[in-house]
Ligand binder design. Structure first.
Ligand code: FEO
Ligand code: CA
Ligand code: CA
Length: 634
């Protein structure tokens, strides 16, 4: 299915096939390719363009090198208000990095914050000054979490230290309030909770719940699992829950797959042989040893739904959305009120998925929506070379998903989602990270970080040795004038090819007029603001282009389409995650993840954000506001 053709010939084919809105730029061979538009769509676009021209992003781009701290444009303010180790309950000890315990960490903000979601309080309001912040804690890094004085045994980490790591994983729900331009955590809030990998009881629901392949010694029901792991990006639902995506869960499991009854499955997922940061987990916990508990990894790699408004509600792993290395989970309401969730499987040559619920969202009955993500159809994306995108269903008994190929039920199809998608001829992508849906147009943006192992190119992943990543735009058909996200045929376009447009060998592609600062490399997470502008974070730019990871914004339509502008830069070692706006657009939360990575707790390359001797760098949430309280971005 992959084609090995030069980029130029692919672009030529697509340029000649499509209307070209603009060709060339001061920078390089930047092109903007327009879709084939119907007369009605063209007229709509003209109206939309007029509307959009008036709201171009007005901030002055930052111009900074990689250094020890964060940067925003003139006229903007930053406040670091939630750091790894901050107590989230009254009575929990303050962060004391050399005396850290698992018990303390269970009541403190976790490590490596990733996704951020804001849920107004009270429920149903549009409050932008009081809400629940839901934050993922993706993974831990030994050398940044622990001092050599704590982690000094040649035999590896003690159980107490492993327990700190388990407690630092998972998710936090915290109430936050804004007074003036300052945000603060409400420690007394009844909503505050940590959902850690050590202690949180999570339910398993959907078609795979209770399946034999989800049963373990500790859980003969196959429906109850301790913890959620590697919670990367996520999303919100229209009924006020957060979806958190379990991503690189293979890094926690020791032992070898050979000879286990899940050998083929574990090999396809990369399970077996934990990474250096987690290799001690299996020594202390049998469940992290696949030779002893071969089913335990099958209980991770799901989309997990958490109700932040009900602190007693257990997180629920919704198996209907498949088991892959989910980057995120972005929900949109279809024209008919069914729910559609887009998710990427973040590994080189993996796939893009969407889930379409069977039943409809009920705006008048919140609780009736809580099980919506248990029933529906999962699809995987197959791109053709001329702008067509086909969504192929993963349904047991249909096509190749039968006993002949080792599938005995829908549970099998979901547990081995990747293998099912292989058989369906899905298109291998350049690390599908976040996916976002424009609130104005309903178009879907898939953010692909990079793939330096790509040899065989396909028009949807058009650069070999793709070191800079790209963003694709999907256009669903319309029904009754609204986007039909449930359709099985979409159109696709390249939105941008990241990299430096001033360096021809990067073969970057933006809209016309990207500045020397405005281009990006390695896009990862995204979010739309309420004016329909797309904000993109990066992860990996320092290694790829020697530029700090950061946050960029652009229009998706009109004359400034795909003209990215540089808004935020992270400290040395850090990537930027979880961009999230309050409903009124006046506060932008960003998660600065793994500051100082590549150095150590004892000799860090930055001590952001505290800058105190003895205090390690701390992954933290930053609230960005604008002087005068105006909307972010202009
Ligand atoms: Fe957790 Fe794909 O970044
Ligand atoms: Ca990510
Ligand atoms: Ca990342």
């Amino acid at each position: 299915m992959s084609e090995n053709r030069p980029l130029d010939s692919i672009l030529e084919e697509r340029i000649s096939r499509r209307d070209i809105l603009k060709l060339g730029s001061a920078a390089s061979a930047s092109v903007i390719l327009g879709g084939a538009l119907s007369a009605e769509a063209s007229e709509n676009q003209t109206q939309e363009k007029t509307a959009i021209e008036g709201k171009s992003l007005s901030f002055k781009e930052i111009d900074t090198e990689i250094d020890k701290t964060i940067h925003v444009p003139e006229g903007y303010k930053t406040q670091v208000f939630l750091r790894w180790g901050d107590p989230i309950h009254v009575g929990v000890p303050e962060f004391s990095p050399l005396a850290q315990t698992s018990v303390a960490q269970e009541g403190q903000f976790g490590f490596n914050n990733d996704y951020v979601g804001f849920f107004p309080l009270p429920y149903g309001s549009e409050s932008s000054s009081r809400g629940l912040l839901c934050v993922n804690h993706e993974y831990t890094i030994h050398d940044m979490l622990l001092s050599k004085t704590q982690n000094n045994s040649k035999a590896g980490l003690s159980k107490d230290l492993v327990d700190i790591e388990l407690s630092a994983h998972g998710h936090s729900v915290v109430e936050v309030r804004r007074e003036g331009s300052q945000w603060h955590l409400v420690k007394e809030s009844r909503y505050n909770r940590r959902i850690s990998a050590l202690s949180a009881q999570c339910l398993i629901s959907g078609p795979a719940a209770g399946d034999d392949r989800l049963k373990t010694s500790a859980d003969p029901s196959g429906r109850l699992v301790i913890g959620t792991l590697n919670n990367c990006a996520g999303g919100t639902t229209p009924w006020g829950t957060v979806l958190t995506a379990e991503e690189n869960i293979h890094i926690y499991f020791g032992g070898r797959p050979q000879g286990t009854k899940e050998e083929q499955n574990h090999r396809r997922f990369g399970v077996g042989g934990a990474n250096d940061d987690h290799k001690d987990w299996a020594r202390h916990y049998d469940r992290f040893n696949i030779e002893k508990e071969p089913h335990e990894p099958n209980r991770f790699g799901w989309i997990v739904e958490i109700d932040p408004y009900n602190p007693n509600a257990k997180p629920v792993k919704r198996t209907a959305m498949g088991r892959v290395k989910h980057e995120g989970a972005v929900t949109t309401l279809n024209y008919d009120n069914r729910v559609v969730v887009y998710t990427g499987d973040d590994q080189i040559h993996e796939y893009i998925y969407k889930f379409v619920s069977q039943d409809k969202y009920n705006p008048d009955d919140r609780l009736a929506n809580i099980g919506l993500l248990d029933h529906g159809t999962l699809y995987v994306a197959r791109f053709d070379s001329v702008g067509g995108l086909q969504w192929r269903p993963l349904i047991y008994g249909e096509g190749p998903l039968t006993k002949k190929n080792g599938f005995s039920s829908q549970a099998d199809v979901l547990i081995e989602t990747r293998r099912a998608a292989d058989l369906l001829g899905a298109t291998p992508m350049d690390r599908p990270e976040d996916i976002e849906v424009s609130p104005l147009t309903g178009k879907v943006y898939s953010i692909l970080t990079k793939n330096s192992s790509r040899k065989f190119i396909h028009p949807s992943n058009p650069r070999p040795n793709n070191r800079h990543g790209h963003v694709l735009e999907f256009t669903p058909p319309t029904k009754d004038g609204k986007p039909d996200h449930s359709a099985t045929e979409f159109a696709w376009e390249i939105f941008l090819l990241a990299g430096n447009p001033y360096v021809p060998r990067h073969r970057a592609q933006y809209g016309e007029g990207v500045s020397e600062q405005g281009w990006l490399s390695c896009p990862d997470n995204g979010v739309f603001d309420n004016k329909g502008r797309l904000w993109l974070t990066t992860d990996g730019a320092p290694a790829a282009v020697g530029k700090a990871d950061g946050l960029y914004a652009c229009e998706t339509d009109g004359p400034h389409r795909a003209v990215t502008k540089r808004f935020f830069a992270a400290p040395r070692g850090a990537e930027v995650c979880g961009p999230c706006f309050t409903p009124d657009g006046t506060t932008l939360f960003v998660a600065v993840q793994h500051p100082g990575s590549g150095s150590t707790f004892d000799r860090p390359s930055t001590r952001w954000p505290d800058f105190q001797e003895g205090m390690p760098p701390r992954p933290s949430i930053v609230a960005i506001t604008r002087e005068g309280g105006k909307a972010i971005g202009g």
